[in-house]
Design a protein around this ligand. Structure first.
Ligand SMILES: Cc1cc2nc3c(=O)[nH]c(=O)nc-3n(C[C@H](O)[C@H](O)[C@H](O)COP(=O)(O)OP(=O)(O)OC[C@H]3O[C@@H](n4cnc5c(N)ncnc54)[C@H](O)[C@@H]3O)c2cc1C
Length: 416
């Protein structure tokens, strides 16, 4: 069923009896050509592009819970491509371009809103760093604009300019960055994949791998054994736990990241703002809530909930940036499990086991990567070669010392 304005009018006039479920609820088949483990944004996008772009069929997505229950439905919805390093920037710019046409392509309203992402700077050194980053973005075809303090004040007058511990000296603006309704991304990809014959199997946890002679044969699941020629793992924060079942030890740790939503307020913040002297990012949802977050909790965990010291830390940064936030009441908060890699950059690669492929290490930046991650992982699964924008995302960069250390903080996951 195609969604359109005409369809809404027709259904309204005929008692809304024609709507169909957005995806089927099939029983698992005994064998598939491709099994994707993880029904988050990345897994669903992979299945969608495998079918749509690479003409593949006999595909299943296995999800232990429900579609959208993981990080894809827990993030702070920010998309951008303001990266510095060659290994990263072309990939994230590819992703941003895919976001720009996504809703038309998969015929689903994901509320892609290019309302701009503004990174604030608070020192001369930071200005130099942002100028360099903006130039790198330009060289890769992305948009970037360096603003001085007066231009920032004009855009966001409610920030603390006059009495601040860290005075605002300007900002790096990416106008094409913005926000996307996160769970709609999962639903849109799920619907699009299902329409192309992909079996989306929920409540189906992968509990083990069956292998012979170094080649994967299939997966053990809570709904029985499922055979597969190729298996792609895209389980984000559960990467370490899943890959351990295949005796694979990853350069990844799992940490909690929390998100916060305030009560609904009148329109205040047009775009996304990030604080450059602490870790704090904020935007306003279309319902009016301020959506914000900060650092990860700082210790390893598989719990999808965070703790109070980080709440205090995030709120302190918010107060330093825009004191009026202290008057807003907090409505909701939650946590998600981050797959933190050692250099802060992701992995999209084959494993040592024939037929077993891995996608993970997204840290807390994987939502913006969803379309490109799905496309590039599908490319790898379908052709056994990396997509041109994802050639750096290999396992062996850790062995060879070719880290993609975007933040320059070394092999410390808690700092990325
Ligand atoms: C609070 C928070 C804020 C964030 N903010 C941003 C942001 O603003 N911008 C941004 O770009 N990124 C952000 N991120 C990061 C982003 O959400 C993640 O990097 C990205 O969603 C991870 O990919 P995914 O969607 O596939 O993960 P998930 O949605 O977590 O999908 C993985 C799925 O695998 C399933 N699974 C796990 N184990 C198994 C198994 N054994 N068998 C079957 N299924 C299994 C899980 O149930 C889950 O549904 C944020 C994350 C959080 C938690």
């Amino acid at each position: 069923m195609r969604y359109s304005g005409f369809r809404i009018i027709k259904e309204a006039l005929t008692g809304n009896r024609g709507w169909q479920p957005a995806w089927r609820n099939p029983e698992p088949k005994p064998h598939y050509d491709f099994v994707i483990i993880g029904g988050g944004g990345h897994g669903l996008a992979t299945a969608y592009y495998l079918a749509r772009e690479f003409g593949k069929s006999r595909i299943a997505v296995l999800e232990k819970g429900w579609i959208g229950g993981g990080n894809v439905g827990r993030n702070t919805t920010i998309i951008r491509s303001n990266y510095l390093l060659d290994g990263n920037e072309p990939f994230y710019e590819f992703s941003l371009k895919l976001w720009e046409g996504l809703e038309q392509v998969f015929n689903y309203n994901a509320m892609v809103s290019q309302r701009g992402v503004l990174n604030l700077m608070h020192s001369d050194a930071q200005r130099d760093a942002y100028r360099r980053r903006g130039n790198a973005m330009h060289l890769n075809g992305a948009d970037a604009q360096l603003l001085d303090a007066a231009q920032v004040r004009e855009m966001v007058p409610f920030l603390n300019f006059d009495n601040a511990r860290f005075p605002i000296k300007g900002g790096l603006l990416q106008r094409r960055g913005g926000t996307v309704r996160h769970d709609a991304v999962a639903w849109g990809y799920a619907r699009g994949a299902d329409a192309r014959g992909v079996d989306i199997i929920q409540n189906c946890e992968v509990t083990g791998f069956r292998m012979t002679n170094g080649k994967v044969q299939g997966v053990e699941t809570t709904r029985g054994y499922i055979g597969a020629k190729k298996i792609g793992c895209a389980v984000a924060g559960s990467s370490g736990a899943l890959m351990a079942k295949a005796d694979q030890r990853l350069p990844i740790e799992s940490h909690v990241l929390q998100a916060f939503v305030s009560e609904g307020l009148k329109p205040t913040i047009k775009g996304v703002i990030t604080f450059g002297a602490g870790h704090f990012y904020v935007s306003q949802s279309d319902k009016g809530g301020l959506v914000f977050g900060g650092d990860i909790d700082g210790y390893n965990s598989y719990a999808q909930r965070g703790n109070l010291p980080t709440v205090e830390d995030v709120c302190e940064s918010g107060m330093a940036l825009m004191p009026m936030i202290g008057r807003a009441r907090l409505l909701r908060m939650w946590g998600g499990i981050m797959d933190m890699s050692m250099d802060g950059s992701p992995i999209i690669d084959k494993t040592d086991i024939e037929g077993l492929y891995f996608n993970g290490g997204w840290c807390y930046g994987g939502f913006k990567a969803t379309p490109a991650s799905g496309w590039c992982f599908a490319h790898l699964l379908a052709t056994d070669t990396p997509h041109e924008t994802a050639t750096a995302y290999r396992f062996d960069r850790f062995r060879k010392g070719l880290m993609i250390d975007e933040k320059g903080v070394g092999a410390q996951p808690n700092l990325h």
